[in-house]
Design a protein around this ligand. Structure first.
Ligand SMILES: [Zn+2]
Length: 265
């Protein structure tokens, strides 16, 4: 099996932690750091069009507050997992508070998509063991909150708590520099599609997770809102990454499909 899981964090625009607040904010574009969702919304519609056109079923890790503001019809046919309620740093919370957040987040996914979520990614990719251990209480058995060095055999592993870890790969580029399968630097014009395609070519069997954010299709974290030309170029780059991988024989699937293919339920 050489699976490709296309994963997208669906969260508030250019999210940043706010000192003294559990809820995340958005990068200040002149009106303060209150949460914004318009870039995330535009990005979702662009990515859904791209994925649907390519016949790819993606997995969206949706923050509940963002999900409530989206056109849910765009998510039809894709998998939706949990990514907090207000993009909280779960490592800063008590166990009781974590449970409240995870329960509310999962219930929101169910209410909006009609399906109970099976997979989880921690906001900021910041998860502790306590958080992962409580996922089965809420009917979730897949986590993708960690990075792991990609190797020839890169199969998901079932942990002692029953949760399957399907990590985001990391590795070294042609120049020996660290690269992860989060497309962030490509959206910031610091990486090219070829860097990711080369990285994925290391894997002979397993599940390669590509990760991005909806908002990052139309807004740069460093440069602010993208021009129409930048957005078109950005979409074209994501398409090149995905085509490069599927042309190399990798098979797109959702996180739950990948877990099943790896021997899970
Ligand atoms: Zn996020």
């Amino acid at each position: 099996m050489r699976a490709l899981c296309v994963t997208v964090d669906l969260d508030r625009d250019a999210n940043i932690p706010i000192r003294g607040s559990i809820a995340a904010g958005s990068a200040d574009r002149g009106n303060g750091t209150g949460p914004r969702f318009s870039s995330s919304k535009r990005g979702l519609s662009l990515l859904a069009e791209l994925f649907d056109g390519m016949g790819i079923k993606a997995t969206f890790f949706a923050e509940a507050s963002a999900l409530k503001r989206m056109d849910a019809g765009l998510l039809s046919g894709h998998e939706v997992g949990v990514h907090g309620v207000d993009h909280e740093d779960l490592t800063m919370m008590s166990a009781d508070r974590k449970r409240e957040v995870i329960r509310e987040a999962a219930c929101t996914v169910k209410a909006i998509t009609g399906k109970w979520p099976r997979c989880f990614r921690a906001p900021y990719m910041k998860a502790d063991r306590e958080t992962i251990d409580m996922l089965p209480e809420f009917g979730m058995d897949i986590d993708s909150s960690f990075y792991k060095e990609v190797t020839g055999s890169f199969l998901p592993e079932r942990m002692s708590n029953g949760v399957w870890e399907i990590p985001v790969p990391e590795g070294r580029d042609a120049a020996g520099k660290r690269i992860t399968a989060f497309l962030w630097p490509m959206h910031e014009s610091k990486r090219r599609p070829e860097d990711y395609i080369r990285m994925a070519s290391v894997m002979e069997e397993g599940v390669f997770v590509i990760a991005t954010h909806t908002w990052h299709m139309v807004e740069s974290a460093e440069r602010g809102m993208m021009s129409r030309e930048e957005i078109e170029n950005n979409i074209s780059n994501v398409r090149k990454v995905l085509e490069g991988m599927t042309d190399a024989g990798m098979v797109p699937m959702t996180m739950t499909e990948a877990r099943t293919a790896a021997g899970g339920p």
